[in-house]
Design a protein. Structure first.
Lengths: 190, 287
């Protein structure tokens, strides 16, 4: 938002910051080498609730796109609604690079059809006996870690491990600096 | 979250206090000069101040927080832990004090290595496990080893002298054309000098924190123990939210959290994140 826009009050909504999304592709190597974390073979995009007419159109658009894409790369997909009314696009592929490009493809297509604002986040799960989620917030334009606690039941997270993940990955991933914005996503459909 | 905001308020008050204290200090010196005591007299008073600060700072510091020196029978584990760390660091064993407060903290004071005191709060003892406590004590012992109390006392003394010198360049000039206007200028200049040196002293303090962290990591051989202690003390971990992103998004949450650029410039300690990052680097070097 420029100074004039500010002065004249013509606020434009910020465009989703998706350019840094790709960083996970190289970070994945470090995650495995340093922490033994391997990709789980799936990834997801979470989309905010839409009006019913837009919803049907968007859903069809994503399905068309993924049908085409999956024929080439062999990426399987699934569309799901959660209890909050958010739409989840879950991609499944043993090749991590294909997951990353699949996510990017969906994000670009939605942005092109003017639905960039509706993008909430992209999620890349990793595992080493326990699950680690790297959440990319389109609003923040940055990643942050989310590790549900394996010791304590219920909605507890392993903050110590998350902060350790941040310091190990700080040079490779754009990570949100303010930990107070590291909002978790419970009961993800992946 | 509540505790965090309360701490911020306290920091703001402390900062205000320090500024006011310095302003009073300057008024004091200027009043003395105006009364015609002369430079020699001011230097003498400054000397007395430095003497008191240097030789009684430990007693003042301990008394101001209500720290109580504990004997070996009162706190055997603490004494044993400190004794062992001192053997590694090659330091004479300092006296140990305990402060009764739930705020987790620790500090070291004393002008020389032999007259030092290491103080810990009951809140710190309650929260940290043994390896974390060891790391914090090693950090404080590093301050003693680096003679930080003496260094900081001398640094702040020089800052006061610096502002005095700036004033005296004017005062020593031609006294006949000294008007009220130039007097105002003197005040402004001395205040600027003081503010700049204040920021510099704070920066110096932060660097010495980093080196004490490094010292602690070397003494214990475990940077990760200090990292985990710092996280517990700072409450960084407590700031990570548990509320679902989708719920927050639904509430149209605003993200208005002030950035800490100015606070960083004025604080005596570096941000926890920077200290942790430095320790993690150290850990990679050690391993």
């Amino acid at each position: 938002m420029g100074f004039l826009d500010f002065l004249l009050g013509s606020t434009k909504l910020p465009q989703p910051k998706s350019e840094r999304l790709f960083a996970i592709a190289t970070a994945r190597i470090t995650l495995e080498a340093k922490l033994g974390l391997k990709p789980t073979g799936n990834a997801a995009i979470c989309i905010k609730p839409l009006e019913s007419s837009t919803y049907e159109r968007t859903r069809a658009e994503i399905e068309d796109l993924l049908r085409l894409g999956s024929r080439e790369a062999g990426t399987a997909y699934r569309l799901e609604n959660d209890s909050y009314g958010y739409l989840w696009v879950v991609l499944m592929d043993p090749e991590f690079e294909d997951l990353v490009s699949g996510v990017h493809m969906v994000v670009r297509s939605l942005t092109d059809s003017g639905l960039g604002q509706q993008l909430l986040c992209a999620v890349y799960p990793f595992s080493n006996g326990f699950k680690v989620y790297w959440i990319f917030s389109f609003k923040l334009g940055a990643y942050y870690p989310f590790v549900p606690s394996s010791e304590k039941p219920g909605r507890e997270r392993d903050g110590a491990l998350e902060l350790r993940l941040r310091s190990v990955m700080a040079e490779e991933l754009p990570i949100e600096k303010d930990v107070a914005r590291w909002y978790p996503i419970w009961e993800m459909p992946l | 979250m509540v505790r965090w905001s309360a701490d911020r308020g306290l920091q703001a008050r402390m900062l205000l206090t320090m500024f006011l204290l310095a302003a009073v200090y300057l008024i004091f010196i200027n009043v003395i000069l105006a009364m015609g005591v002369g430079i020699q007299g001011v230097v003498l008073i400054m000397g007395v101040f430095l003497f008191i600060q240097y030789f009684y700072s430990d007693k003042i510091a301990l008394a101001s927080v209500g720290a109580r020196i504990v004997s070996e029978t009162e706190a055997p584990e603490l004494h044993e832990l400190v004794g062992r760390l001192c053997a590694i660091a090659g330091l004479p064993k300092p006296r140990i004090a305990i402060v009764r407060t739930d705020v987790p903290n620790a500090f070291a004071t004393g002008r020389s290595q032999s007259s030092s005191v290491v103080a810990v709060t009951t809140g710190l003892l309650r929260r940290l496990d043994k390896s974390e406590l060891e790391a914090v004590l090693a950090h404080e012992l590093s301050h003693i080893k680096n003679r930080d109390v003496a260094v900081m006392t001398i640094a702040s003394f020089l800052s006061t002298v610096a502002s005095l010198i700036v004033q005296n360049i004017f005062f020593l000039g031609d006294r006949r054309d000294r008007e009220s206007g130039s007097l105002v200028a003197v005040w402004i200049v001395s205040l600027i000098v003081w503010i700049v040196s204040f920021i510099l002293i704070r920066a110096l303090s932060r660097y010495r924190e980093f080196s004490a962290d490094r010292g602690a990591a070397i003494i214990t051989g475990r940077p990760s123990a200090l990292v985990s202690a710092l996280m517990k003390i700072s409450g960084t971990m407590a700031r990570i939210p548990r509320e679902d992103l989708r719920r927050v998004e639904g509430m149209n949450a605003f993200f208005i959290i002030p950035t800490g650029a100015i606070a960083n410039l004025l604080s005596t300690h570096p941000p926890i994140e920077a200290r942790i990052a430095a320790l993690e680097r150290l850990e990679r070097e050690i391993l």
